[in-house]
Design a binder for this molecule. Sequence first.
Ligand code: ZN
Ligand code: ZN
Length: 262
Amino acid sequence: MLTDNIGIFTERGGTIAFLLDKKGIAVVDSQFPDTSKHLIDELKKKSEKPIELLINTHHHGDHSGGNISFKGIATHVLAHENSKKNQEASAKAQKTEDKQLYPDQTFGTTWCQKIGKEKICLYYFGAGHTNGDSVIHFEKANIVHMGDLLFNRRHPYVDRGAGANIKSWIEVLNKTHSKFNRRTRYIYGHAAEGFEVTGTSEDLKRFSDYLDSVLKFTEREIQLGKTKEEFLKNTSFPGIGEWKGDGITRPLGAAWDELNAK
Ligand SMILES: [Zn+2]
Ligand SMILES: [Zn+2]
């Protein structure tokens, strides 16, 4: 638990947040079909209230794959309109349409609703990790779920196929930083081994600097006349900070394609 009534669940996949209010339960993200059942079991032990709302930060399977476990349990499923479109498109492509529970509610730029004493607001600040990532604020508790807009000290996945854009992602992080305050606590989709899935606005600043460094480094390498193959052999870059682990080719490859698409 992060507060009296807001907690996180981290079995496998993207970090889940939940709100237990006397009027009902809200859940942010659902991981996978098996782990979401474990979450629902835990929630039932803590509260007899109905699950009023299941929110997806975005469509990826490690965040929405468990939606199906909420079928007939959650009153509403909510996500950004692009997240719903992406979920439908990838389920169709992977032939997993029968394993999906899609949002019955979507929003464009802002969405707010009170659940008992808490007010939940969703914001869309533009393309980032995909083109459908929501920033979710529990106003009273002043806790923000970032989904995969923040990979804490771990190289991010950049889903260009679903409209991701690194330049815009930096702006999304800066807009988020200015929207909330110094006391805001943040929840992250993923963190590297040894790092937390929660933190402060300082992490947003660091990650935004990291993404900026990815773009600057890539731009220099393009100017040097490197091929993409040569470029992807890089195992580090100036400004990498504490970001580590495998998968450095994901942001580098995405930056390469983004800059060359111009
Ligand atoms: Zn994820
Ligand atoms: Zn993701």
